[in-house]
Design a protein around this ligand. Structure first.
Ligand code: HAM
Length: 427
């Protein structure tokens, strides 16, 4: 029988690397709390129409990457539905905002999420079919200030803080504005016209996009198309006075906060809901899939999926890519060792060893428990791999209440009274 394996593009996360995932999530939660964000958890699958309408039919995500299936009715009262594993979480958050009438509070909703997303992409380093995002959204009625450029700047400043606290140095913030939907319409028209004589020389995807959704031409990665794309009109030239002023206010606030950025005129992002500010944080260490995170403003998304006017801005970080970056920057996962390994000398010491382990674990120490059937050499080898110290527990130790502790980093062996052991190991 052939052995079963994890599906292509999915993977198992194992210790010690999972400790790094937990540390990233704990840091994110702590930063989000300081900026007054609360956690939202939405379902992993939704009505396919949510993504078709929210993310956009013409995007790569919706047109070719979604895991979609017909969910057959189980009873006459149910109808057969077309469902999709979420490829991203913003549409789900806005759906929940509408469904629970969160705008009725009159307050800005500041929501974060951590969880798996699914896209049938071609797997490679940093790109998986199941991946995890850590994201956040700020959304609310206009009267709550949801359109203010200050919100954009605050989100970007929070991201700079979060990346710094994670220990990710050397990131670049790429920033652009895609304007209002009217600006985008104007720009689309300008692009469409400019592309008429150029598209026939471009890749087949661009030939199609030039007709259906010219903005997507800017995402093209085909090398031969790049010089042509450079000659196309820039979106900055299609922005109206309000969009220009909004973007200027975002950059002025970033300048005041000392958050560095570069303007990238081609950053239009791969989802259709964006308006005005768009951004990505990239990192050189990641290779081809260099976007640590992406996001932007989506002032019309709520209306696109049948809700009230509710401008918003948010981002999602690729957690898998944060892990890859940290692993490249330091030997981040290797450092997790427990405080002590308890080695019972003989099987008749096992019960006493369990009791000692219990005592130490109760005061918060991280303890690995060996087995009295192991020879001392084997205990030492196992302890050296997993723990900072080894504690030997034989009959003499139990009688005298004095334990032998060896610290691996220094090689020093010490006698420690049992009552002082917890304090000794905590040092
Ligand atoms: P996105 O740019 O599609 O935006 O994804 C955000 C981040 O998720 C990417 O920068 C990348 O780090 C990670 N990511 C995307 N696809 C994969 C993949 N196949 N494997 C590994 N990591 C991946 C969004 O999803 C928007 N919802 C972000 C947003 C929130 N905009 C406003 N609010």
């Amino acid at each position: 029988m052939s052995t079963l394996k994890a599906i292509r593009g999915t993977r198992d996360l194992l210790p010690p690397e999972t400790a790094l995932w937990n540390r990233i999530e704990a840091t994110a939660r702590s930063v989000f709390a300081r900026y007054n964000f609360g956690e939202i958890r939405t379902p992993v699958f939704e009505d396919t129409a949510l993504f078709a309408r929210g993310v956009g039919e013409e995007t790569d995500i919706v047109s070719k990457e979604m895991y979609t299936w017909e969910d057959r009715a189980r009873a006459q009262s149910e109808k057969t539905q077309t469902l999709t594993l979420r490829p991203e979480n913003t549409a789900g958050v806005v759906r929940a905002y509408i469904e629970h009438q969160l705008g009725e509070s009159g307050q800005l909703q500041k929501l974060y999420y951590i969880g798996p997303q699914f896209r049938r992409e071609r797997p490679q380093k940093g790109r998986y079919r199941q991946f995890s995002q850590i994201g956040a959204e700020v959304i609310g009625p206009v009267s709550a200030g949801s359109e203010s450029p200050l919100r954009d700047a605050e989100v970007l400043e929070m991201l700079a803080t979060l990346l710094d606290e994670l220990g990710i140095s050397g990131w670049t913030l790429q920033l652009n504005s895609v304007g209002s939907s009217a600006d985008r319409e104007r720009y689309n028209q300008a692009l469409r016209e400019a592309l008429v004589p150029l598209a026939p020389q471009m890749c087949v995807d661009c030939q199609r996009r030039a007709v259906t959704n010219p903005l997507r031409v800017l995402d093209c990665k085909v090398p031969a198309d790049q010089p042509i794309i450079e000659t196309l009109p820039r979106i900055a030239d299609s922005l109206d006075a309000d969009s220009v002023a909004h973007f200027a206010a975002v950059t002025a606030a970033l300048d005041a906060a000392g958050v560095p950025y570069t303007r990238n005129h081609r950053l239009v992002r791969g989802l259709d809901y964006y308006t005005r500010t768009t951004f990505e944080f990239t990192h050189g260490g990641l290779g081809a899939q260099n976007a640590l995170l992406g996001g932007g403003r989506y002032d019309g998304l709520s209306e696109m999926i049948g809700g009230p006017r509710a401008p918003g801005i948010g981002f999602a970080m690729g957690e898998d890519r944060l892990v890859l970056t940290l692993l490249a920057l330091e030997d981040a996962a290797a450092q997790v060792k427990v405080d002590a390994y308890i080695a019972p000398l003989g099987e008749n010491m096992n019960a006493a060893a369990l009791n000692l382990a219990r005592e130490l674990r109760h005061v918060g120490l991280h303890i690995e428990l060996g087995d009295g059937s192991f020879r001392l050499k084997k205990s030492f080898e196992a302890a050296d791999k997993t723990a900072r110290c080894i504690v030997i527990l034989g009959e003499d130790e139990v009688k005298s209440g004095i334990l032998t502790v060896k610290t691996f980093a220094t090689g020093i062996q010490t006698k420690v009274a049992r009552a002082e052991l917890a304090a000794f190991l905590s040092e």
